[in-house]
Design a binder for this molecule. Structure first.
Ligand code: ADP
Ligand code: MG
Length: 315
């Protein structure tokens, strides 16, 4: 009679194979849990702009495709601030900021639209579609997805979201596509607005009842002290984040992310995450492994833990 006991690996190759197998097995409960669930991923312009540009984009595309192939429904929302500034400079136009927001005159909103819809969006779509016919690039103007209004006259065509009309997203997801969204919106007259991509990602996650909202940025997560790399906040509730904002601990580009995370988890999105887009395959690590990574935001800390083995272990 032959034994069914597993044969132990003796070689280095065997050990590596065994490790790969255990990683896949570790992913099983997460694959089961997230099958059919929608995840909105915001890919930051800074994450795209770095020197390892190409690699970062390739790895990101692999993660998105893998999520989709195991049955999740990823939606990508992207920014492009550094790329907009770069084209403005090439055109001899000085970027101006007021309280961290780009002053956007008629020419600047044209440039923003060209860069987001003509450069950044097709780059992401193409990187994903290296793996198959998955991604469809749209902007907030398509099918009236993002309705916007001017935030402040002084800022010109910087928009606030007034309404999300998610029908086009539902349609694309039903047809098993991955929507890739450039964050230009329009008002009822057809005027275009440049809208902060963090804000749009949160608003879309809420409008479609996403399971997760994920921000990929250029820092490992929220820090209690922005100058101290060891001060990573691993978990926070919406109320705790409100306090950090009130204390001035959240600044600059983190403000719209945190505001969107707190709003989203209070409005039906189960979890929000702020992750370091510079870490290879950070999305896979977050979604499919037990490794807690970056900052996780939830509505309340005392939620029931079923099927969430890692959450208790993290605090
Ligand atoms: P993105 O392109 O991803 O939107 P941003 O530069 O707009 O990137 O936002 C991320 C930046 O927010 C970080 O690089 C960091 O400098 C800044 N920041 C401000 N406050 C904090 C904080 N408390 N924790 C972490 N980062 C912070
Ligand atoms: Mg930003």
């Amino acid at each position: 009679m032959t034994s069914n006991a597993p044969v132990p690996h003796t070689s280095a190759d065997g050990a590596a194979a065994s490790l790969k197998a255990s990683v896949l097995v570790e992913a099983l409960p997460y694959i089961r849990r997230f099958a059919g669930k929608t995840v909105v991923v915001k890919y930051g312009g800074n994450a795209l702009a770095g020197t390892s540009d190409h690699d970062a984009l390739t790895l990101f595309a692999e993660d998105i495709v893998l999520m989709r192939l195991v049955g999740m429904r990823p939606i990508v929302v992207h920014g492009g601030g550094p790329q907009i500034s770069e084209l403005m400079e090439r055109l001899g136009k000085e970027p101006q900021f007021l309280d961290g927001l780009r002053v956007t005159d008629a020419e600047t909103v044209d440039i923003a639209r060209m860069v987001l819809k003509g450069q950044v969006n097709p780059q992401l779509v193409a990187a994903i579609n290296v793996h198959g016919r998955f991604a469809v690039g749209i902007s907030g103007v398509d099918a009236g997805l993002i309705r916007a209004t001017a935030r402040d006259e002084k800022l010109g065509f910087v928009g606030d979201v007034t309404q999300i009309n998610p029908e086009v997203i539902h349609g694309l997801i039903e047809d098993e596509f991955i929507p890739v969204i450039a964050t230009i919106g329009s008002d009822e007259t057809g005027q275009a607005y440049n809208i902060n991509a963090d804000t749009v990602a949160g608003a879309i996650a809420e409008a479609i009842g996403a399971e997760k909202l994920v921000y990929l940025t250029d820092i490992e997560g929220l820090r209690r002290d922005v100058a101290d790399a060891t001060s990573l906040i691993r978990q926070a509730t919406a109320d705790e984040l409100d306090e950090l904002v009130a204390d001035g601990i959240i600044a600059g580009g983190m403000i719209p992310k945190v505001a969107s995370c707190t709003h989203a988890v209070r409005n039906g999105v189960h979890r929000a995450h702020i992750l370091d887009g510079r870490i290879a395959h950070v999305l896979l690590l977050e979604v499919f492994t037990d490794a807690g990574i970056g900052t996780m935001v939830m509505q309340h800390r005392d939620e029931p833990p079923p099927e969430q083995p890692r959450e208790g272990a993290l605090s």
